[in-house]
Design a protein around this ligand. Structure first.
Ligand code: NAD
Length: 496
């Protein structure tokens, strides 16, 4: 059994000290171990990034972009192997893993345009013989800390743009499924990144705290759960670093009485249960406007859910796979227990799901819970499993109030045939990413991804145009080449 180490200064480095098991959630077996980096190992990675920075900063953006073009090709050529690695450690079905990779590749494509994105702003004759421009300079060493649920895509949200902008990078992937991130980083080196520009350290809190406290790290991008995102944001900010920390979610879909119910049911099935609900944009709450709407929704969902197939990642016939760990399986089932105890109606029960030949896998079947109320634990907290809650309300205003009152504000959507209602909804709802008859409104790579409220701490969202701003500092230069100017003598007032 192998122990996964780190990637520092262009080479694999064997870990020393503490390790953690990596599971194959489809079978429940341990597939290997990951080394948990000590403070000293993380400091080696920061030092490598710091040493590589001056030359990389001065590398022309067009040359940095060429590395990204090569990187994109290598990602495509190795897509099957990457999908296998994702599936093996995360559990998501191979075609879903390929979809995740494709979203990541789109961020590499965006980074290929970095010469255009860094062009800056120029004004001629801002005064007599004076020109001004604003340019966007890299920050130095930046760090990324990523969650288990998109082990390939979320790192690719971060370092392609950070590096294309001229920074050097230290990535700390999730210790629960770290292999694909390390494999992909090696492809980035093969694409032409000089040693030290991209480093990967595996680890846990000790590694993260080292990145947060080291003065050489100028910015931190974090994606994970809200309690951790909040502490990361606070600690990084207190240490004078720029920080964006994306957190958890509870995404609601309003189902209006005039919605096309077949479309709703198809959409909700995929958006609630795809990837076992382990997506920060998973649709976890359907808010049905009117009892008739709710009854129709429940009836059709029940029928559709009979065909849901849960099973191991490598079987493309399955709709979704296991959840990430045994502890998480128990946590998800605990939320279903609590819903039952607090008076909700378990319409389809995924507890105790069994997959023949994979009895020890961490499976939870698709679960549908009706008559959920806003005071229930299952409603208040992020479940992060294949569980869809139905809340019944009387009006669209009531549905919107529910969404606005929730602590999270990542994604939401509305199903309706009424354009006026949809426009009002998208205009007023207090959520960062909104769908209209679209269940997972994940922005494409040339927009940016970010929730509101306690789903994002910081001012700039992930990837797209916000990433250019996050990974650069604006510098404004005002220039005059003296001819007559300096010979006029000192000026003590602002010229009017
Ligand atoms: P997590 O918060 O447990 O872990 C995320 C990262 O933080 C990991 O790298 C982990 O090693 C590190 N970490 C964990 N505990 C830490 C601690 N005490 N101190 C320092 N570092 C720590 O999240 P997860 O379970 O891996 O991922 C699932 C969560 O991520 C869900 O809440 C999901 O909604 C969220 N998520 C959000 C987005 C988004 O864009 N908003 C995207 C994907 C996932």
């Amino acid at each position: 059994m192998t122990t996964l180490g780190h990637l520092i200064n262009g080479s694999r480095v064997a870990g020393e000290g503490r390790t953690q098991d990596i599971f194959n959630p489809s079978t429940g077996e341990v597939g290997g171990q990951v080394s948990l980096a000590s403070k000293a190992t993380v400091e080696d990675a920061i030092a490598a990034a710091q040493a590589a920075y001056p030359a990389w900063r001065d590398t022309p953006p067009a040359k940095r972009a060429r590395v990204m073009f090569n990187f994109k090709q290598l990602l495509e050529q190795n897509a099957d192997e990457i999908a296998r690695l994702i599936g093996q450690e995360h559990g998501k079905i191979v075609h879903d893993a390929k979809g995740e990779l494709q979203r990541g590749i789109e961020n590499v494509e965006y980074a290929c345009g970095v010469p255009e994105l860094l062009k800056g702003e120029h004004s001629k004759n801002t005064g007599p013989g004076i020109d001004s421009w604003s340019e966007f300079q890299p920050l130095g060493v930046v760090a990324g800390i990523t969650p288990f649920n998109f082990p390939a895509m979320v790192p690719l949200w971060m370092y392609p743009m950070a590096i294309a902008c001229g920074n050097t990078f230290v990535l700390k992937p999730s210790e629960r499924d770290p292999t694909s991130a390390l494999y992909i980083a090696e492809l980035a080196l093969e694409a032409g990144l000089p040693a030290g520009v991209l480093n990967v350290v595996n680890g846990d809190k000790e590694a993260v705290d080292t990145l947060l406290d080291d003065d050489r790290v100028k910015a931190v991008s974090f994606v994970g759960s809200t309690p951790i995102a909040e502490t990361i944001y606070q600690r990084a900010s207190a240490n004078g670093k720029r920080c964006q920390a994306l957190g958890g979610a509870k995404n609601h879909a309003i189902v209006m009485p005039d919605a096309d119910m077949d479309n709703v049911v198809n959409s909700l099935n995929g958006a609630a249960f795809g990837s076992s609900g382990e997506r920060c944009m998973a649709l976890s709450v359907a808010v049905a406007v009117g009892d008739e709407t709710a009854d129709a929704l429940i009836g059709k969902m029940q029928t559709q859910m009979k065909t849901l197939k849960v099973g191991p990642f490598h079987d493309a016939e399955n709709d979704f796979g296991p959840v990430i760990t045994k502890a998480h399986q128990e946590k998800v089932c605990g939320y279903i227990d609590s819903a039952e105890q607090q008076g909700a109606n378990i319409v389809v029960d995924g507890r105790g799901a069994q997959v023949a030949g994979h009895e020890h896998g961490f499976y939870v079947g698709g679960t549908l819970i009706d008559r959920v109320t806003p005071d229930m634990t299952c409603y208040l907290e992020e479940i992060f499993g294949p569980v869809l809650l139905v809340v019944r309300v009387g009006t669209m205003e009531e549905a919107m109030r529910l969404i606005d009152d929730h602590e999270y504000g990542n994604g939401t959507c509305i199903y309706t045939r009424d354009g006026e209602a949809a426009r009002y909804f998208s205009d007023h709802i207090q959520v960062g990413m909104v769908g209209i008859n679209v269940p997972l409104p994940v922005p494409v790579s040339y927009h940016s991804f970010g929730g509101w409220k306690r789903s994002l701490f910081g001012d700039l969202a992930a990837y797209g145009p916000d990433a250019v701003r996050f990974y650069t500092k604006r510098k404004t230069v005002t220039q005059r080449w003296p001819s007559a100017g300096v010979r006029e003598g000192a000026q003590f007032s602002f010229p009017s």
